[in-house]
Design a protein around this ligand. Structure first.
Ligand SMILES: Nc1nc2c(ncn2[C@@H]2O[C@H](COP(=O)(O)OP(=O)(O)OP(=O)(O)O)[C@@H](O)[C@H]2O)c(=O)[nH]1
Ligand SMILES: [Mg+2]
Length: 460
């Protein structure tokens, strides 16, 4: 049998190599140019009459926030509209040339793409530009790796980094060889690449086991919490989740105007008025286009959300893209498989909207059941507490659900989850009276053009 190259390596060698492979290069103090390619036909999450400029600005703002969270200095930006990405360089030929000139004139040493590039595209771009190129995933991974503190968060980051690096190992080797100026040193070349692949795969398997153990331990902790109910704060990054946790539980967890301020999540005891003690957890913020692998790696850290009796979805009502952010967050919940939980939507930062109340009205017209609050001034926190206490007391509800007749998917869902007591049709609307478990309300909140009215309530 052929001996594995892995077996011939010393342990110190192994950890050193793993270290090298998971090193998503740090972007500290680099002068970066941001690149955004808008693909025509790219559908926005929310069909608002936004101009392409508005859309572009919002995307640049977010990417700039991410770049700065990774300590890069943004010196320029470039955008292009295309039907589809160029296979080899993502950008078109002319734009690559333009970017090359920008790099020279702005003295930039890093290019950050908003998109996720395939390994070949990154390689080709770096070759053409003679400058380091990173994509959206790599940027987020960089922020995560410098910010994660707890053992669990670090394992999750390492797993995400390795999964990102595995298909790109070849490219990393080309880099190293170029730096050393030789391809003949021991271990270099194809053989080393094979060693790396095996090492990475082995470590990935190990990390998955370690994270699964944490997952299991958390589950047992929940089982052992003796019936104490739990609520979990979720939502887009920078929406104010940690500030809400602090305001409700009188705590002092880290909260800052910074994307991904929280990577190590905390649980606090909350004395919920009229109910008693409840466990309240904070979570890692969501972001649009969060790569699937990254969500998968962080699943263990989102265990609090999975185990919670009720989710408190915090949105930043003062943000220009609040609707987009709400939809993106719901999409992540779907991906984790917890979109059907009882969810209370909260529009935070209303203190910042005093001069533009129409913004809040617009959001409320889309999400009439959302609760407006300000974690900063405390306004609305009592309503939020009442809503959580209400959600925790509900087991089954009798609802009148008023929906478009065309929404067959929802009709089927209601019949599946509960009991449909009556059906009334008028023109293009249908009203179903149904008895359903309380979590159905959370799902209904996300349906546009659907109104749910509570008729009676069964309390435990
Ligand atoms: N004006 C105003 N600012 C707020 C409010 N709530 C939070 N903020 C600010 O928003 C920023 C982000 O708050 P965080 O609590 O860190 O947000 P988060 O959702 O935990 O963010 P991540 O952990 O990065 O995902 C901070 O600068 C807060 O001071 C509010 O009600 N009003
Ligand atoms: Mg936070």
């Amino acid at each position: 049998m052929e001996s594995s190259p892995f077996e011939s390596l010393e342990i110190s060698d192994v950890s050193m190599q793993i270290d090298r492979m998971t090193r998503v290069e740090s972007v500290v103090s680099e002068r970066a140019i941001l690149v955004i390619v808008t693909l025509s036909g790219e559908k926005r999450d929310y069909d608002e009459p936004a101009t392409p400029e508005h859309q572009n600005n919002a995307a640049f703002d977010e990417l700039k926030g991410l770049a700065e969270a990774a300590n890069a200095v943004v010196v320029g930006q470039l955008s292009q509209r295309r039907n589809m990405p160029d296979k080899t360089t993502y950008l078109g030929y002319g734009k690559v040339e333009e970017l090359k000139q920008m790099i020279a004139s702005l003295d930039a040493d890093l290019v950050i793409f908003d998109a996720n590039l395939n390994p070949g595209q990154t390689r080709n771009l770096e070759k053409a530009l003679k400058t380091k190129v990173i994509d959206r995933t790599e940027l987020i991974l960089d922020i995560f790796s410098t910010r994660a503190q707890t053992h669990e968060a670090r394992l999750a980051v390492e797993l995400a980094q390795l999964e990102y690096s595995l298909p790109r190992l070849k490219q990393m080797w080309t880099h190293l060889e170029r730096q050393r100026g030789t391809g003949t040193q021991r271990g270099a070349g194809e053989k080393q690449l094979e060693v790396d692949r095996r090492l990475a795969q082995k470590r990935i398997a190990e990390l998955k086991i370690l994270l699964a153990e944490i997952h299991g331990r958390k589950r047992r902790e929940v089982a052992g919490r003796g019936g104490t109910r739990a609520a979990c704060l979720v939502g887009y990054t920078n929406a104010g989740k940690s500030t809400v946790l602090n305001a409700l539980t009188n705590s002092d967890v880290f909260a800052k105007d910074l994307l991904f301020a929280t990577l190590d999540t905390r649980t606090r005891r909350w004395r919920l008025p009229g109910w008693g003690p409840v466990l309240l957890s904070d979570t890692v913020g969501f972001i649009r286009n969060l790569p699937h692998d990254l969500i998968a790696s962080f699943r263990a850290t989102l265990e609090e959300a999975t185990q919670a009796d009720v989710l408190i979805h915090i949105a930043d009502a003062s943000h220009a893209e609040v609707m987009e952010q709400i939809t993106s967050a719901y999409r992540v919940l779907e991906e984790i498989g917890i979109e059907q939980k009882d969810t209370i939507l909260v529009l935070n930062k209303i203190d910042a909207l005093e001069s533009s109340p129409e913004k809040l009205e617009r959001a409320l017209s889309h999400y009439p059941q959302a609760i407006p609050i300000s974690a900063k001034t405390g306004e609305g926190l009592d309503r939020l507490a009442a809503a959580v206490s209400d959600a925790l007391s509900r087991e089954f509800l009798v609802l009148d659900v008023d929906m478009p007749v065309s929404n067959g998917r929802l009709a089927a869902y209601l019949a599946e989850e509960g009991e449909v007591l009556s059906r009334n049709y008028e023109n293009d609307r249908a009203v179903f009276r149904c008895r359903v478990p309380r979590y159905v309300l959370g799902r209904l909140q996300k349906e546009s053009d659907v109104r749910a009215k509570e008729k009676t309530r069964d309390t435990r």
